[in-house]
Design a protein around this ligand. Structure first.
Ligand SMILES: [Zn+2]
Length: 114
């Protein structure tokens, strides 16, 4: 096999790889694109998807193109609960009704040390 032919084989493999994106990856992409906290480049990295595959996805998946448009316009809704850091233990938690700490225990510690 000559050098040129080997290069051609490698190229066609790469193209095939770009086209095969699993349903799971497509669903995960749509899901993660809804989060305003994640950048598109981070999502692609997490899911091991290239730019070309994302373009492909946005063409064949009806959910992804509108999400990308929304992102570009900065209109992504923040529909996940806001995470806070517990001032006592430093853990992340979802505050319920203005709760300041992750647990009663931490609340007591925060009150004592305040
Ligand atoms: Zn805590």
């Amino acid at each position: 096999m000559t050098q040129d032919r080997r290069a051609n084989v490698a190229d066609s493999n790469a193209e095939q790889h770009a086209q095969t994106i699993s349903d799971l990856q497509a669903k995960a992409t749509a899901l993660l694109l809804r989060s305003p906290r994640l950048s598109v480049s981070l999502i692609l990295e997490l899911l091991d998807i290239g730019d070309a595959q994302l373009r492909e996805l946005s063409k064949c998946n009806p959910e992804i193109a509108p999400l990308l448009d929304k992102r570009r316009r900065g209109e992504l809704d923040l529909d996940e609960p806001e995470l806070k850091t517990c001032p006592s233990c430093g853990d992340w938690f979802i505050p319920y009704a203005g709760q300041r700490c992750c647990s009663d225990e931490c609340y007591r510690i925060a009150r004592v040390s305040a």
